[in-house]
Structure formats: C-alpha cells, structure tokens
Design a protein around this ligand. Structure first.
Ligand code: PEP
Ligand code: MG
Length: 319
C-alpha cells in the first residue's frame, strides 16, 4: 500500500471532485530538497531562511543569500518556492543583531519586527530573493505580522527594492498568519497581502497563551483546538473577500487527518514535512470539497482539542 501511495504522491493533488489543493514541503535548507521531491512535494511552501543566519558572527551578504536561494530554486526544478524572510528573535538569537535583553522575547522584537527595526537586513534579503531567476518562481512571506502598519512598511521597502533593481515581473508578497490579531483582522490585511500562510505553531501558542517550548504544556498545546480552528476559519473568510489564497505551514499541515478540516475551512495549500506528504495527498484524494466542509463544520462545533481528535479518529480510523 505504501509503495502505491508513494507512486501516487508524485501526481499533483486534487480532491475527488477535481478541486486543486497544492501539497508542498517545508524546507530548512538545501539538504532537505531531495527527500521533499522523493515524497512528492509540489514545491516549497516555507523555506525557513534562518539557516543562513545562524552560527555566524556577521549577517550573510546579499550575494551569499542570493547564491543559496538560486541553488534552492534550481533544486526545485521550476516548482514554486516561498521564502520566509528572517524570523529571528525569541528562541532564535543572533549575536550580530544586538537585540536588547527582553523580559518576554516571544512577545518582543521578533519576526518582521526585527526586519523593520534593522531595515538594511530586510532590504538585502528582498534584493537577494528578487535576483533569483526565473523571476516568477519565488514568492516572499513575512513572519509574525500583527499589525497593518507592519505589512505596509515592509511592502514600501519591497517596492523600493523592486524599483532599484528595475524588477517589473509580479512577485507575490504574502504574510504569515500566526498572531491572533492577524486572524481577527484578516479582511483588512488581505487588502495588502497577496496571500496568507497560517503558522499554526505560533498561532496556537498565542491563542492559548502557552509557550510552545515549555514541555509542561506540550500536551495541551494543540493546533486542532477549536479556538485555533475558529481563527483559521476567520483567516479564510477574510482572504476570500479579496480573492487571496490561504495555506498552512505549521505543524498541523503535517497531520493527515487535519488536512480535510483545513481544506474544509478554505485552505488550498498545505506545506508539510516531506514524510507526511504521501499520506496527506492520499486522504484528500478520496474526498470532495463538500466532505471536507462537513467535517470542518463538525470540528468547529467541538468543545476541546481532544474532542476534535476523537471526531477525526472516528471518521478516518485508518489514516
Ligand atoms: C509556525 O509558527 O507555525 C511556523 C510555521 O513558523 P515557525 O515554526 O518557524 O515559527
Ligand atoms: Mg512561527
């Protein structure tokens, strides 16, 4: 069964009624590409660019970044590549950023806030990405957007860099939805963002007020909690008002039984770990959009994460 599943994984994913769902991979660097392609990734939905910035005494130059992004784009053989701009701060400290000491780093200068605080960093990263050829292959995603002003400021810088480079091809600039305020303001943000990708790891941490690295809370930190599902539903609703697409790149995109729920809420792209891709595709292929909407509605009506898991285990005992 798994050999057949792996063969089928190399076909693009469609629901039983023909609805196209993109199933792509999360990448932490170049070395992850072979396995992602072997498991049927249709591209990369989250390149965590931190790998380029860690374990160094200075920030990587624009040219070093560009060469790396180009090799990754080439390695994906024309498939789409979403590069997330540096998501530093909090658990990922970089000595050369000279970030101030913070009492609560998870609520401090992190994600896009660092890029706006040190715009030369964000500028170099935008330039490095925009120089990748062919021009349409890369999309750019901003981490930890909480406010409209943040995406506006980042977009202004992005447009400046495009002008500088004489870059005229359209490039999608999207945001991660991983802070409750972004989900609650999705309609407003969708006017400014070309797409949304839900970072369910942080969205769960901030929605439930549970530190994602605290082992004492790990059991309760569950991205399928109905509170998180409601935020995802709001995100999809807001996106649809402006005809934007929504993906999920947090951990729940790698849980096969969660995939139909996410699709039923309006998600059309899932960025998973390579290992999860064949099973995610196999489950989705047997269902229609209507089936997905039905189970999503049931999941939203549950009173706890445990109840959602029970529902999904009853619905797909084999998955
Ligand atoms: C997330 O928060 O869900 C996410 C994908 O980003 P990271 O895990 O890198 O914070
Ligand atoms: Mg995150």
């Amino acid at each position: 069964r798994s050999a057949a599943q792996l063969r089928a994984a190399h076909e693009d994913c469609r629901l039983a009624d023909g609805t196209r769902i993109e199933v792509v991979a999360n990448l932490g660097g170049e070395a992850d590409i072979p396995e992602a392609l072997a498991r049927g990734a249709e591209g990369c939905g989250l390149l965590r660019s931190e790998f380029l910035f860690l374990d160094r005494v200075t920030a990587p130059s624009e040219d070093v970044q560009h060469a790396t992004y180009q090799r990754i784009a080439d390695g994906l053989q024309g498939r789409p590549l979403i590069i997330r701009t540096l998501d530093a701060g909090a658990d990922k400290q970089l000595p050369y950023l000279d970030l101030p000491h913070e009492e609560n780093p998870a609520l401090g200068l992190r994600g896009v806030r660092v890029g706006l605080w040190r715009p030369e960093l964000l500028r170099a990263q935008f330039r490095a990405i925009l120089r990748v050829r062919p021009p349409g292959q890369c999309r750019i995603m901003l981490p930890m957007i909480a406010l409209l002003e943040e995406i506006r400021a980042a977009r202004a810088l992005f447009e400046e860099v495009r002008q500088e480079l004489g870059h005229t091809d359209p490039v999608q600039l999207g945001i991660m939805v991983e802070v409750p305020s972004a989900a609650l303001m999705a309609t407003t943000l969708a006017a400014e963002a070309d797409f949304f990708s839900i970072g369910s790891n942080d969205l769960t941490q901030y929605a439930l007020a549970m530190d994602r690295v605290n082992p004492l809370l790990a059991r309760q930190l569950d991205g399928l909690h109905p509170a998180v599902l409601r935020l995802i539903a709001m995100t999809c609703e807001g996106a649809s008002r402006h005809a934007r697409w929504v993906g999920v790149c947090g951990g729940i995109a790698s849980v096969p039984r969660a995939a139909p729920v996410l699709v039923g809420l309006g998600v059309t792209e899932l960025s998973a770990t390579a290992a999860a891709i064949p099973a995610v595709k196999a489950l989705l292929r047997g269902l229609t959009r209507e089936d997905c909407v039905r189970v999503a509605q049931q999941a939203l009506a549950q009173d706890s994460a445990e109840a959602v898991h029970r529902l999904l285990a009853q619905t797909w005992p084999e998955a």
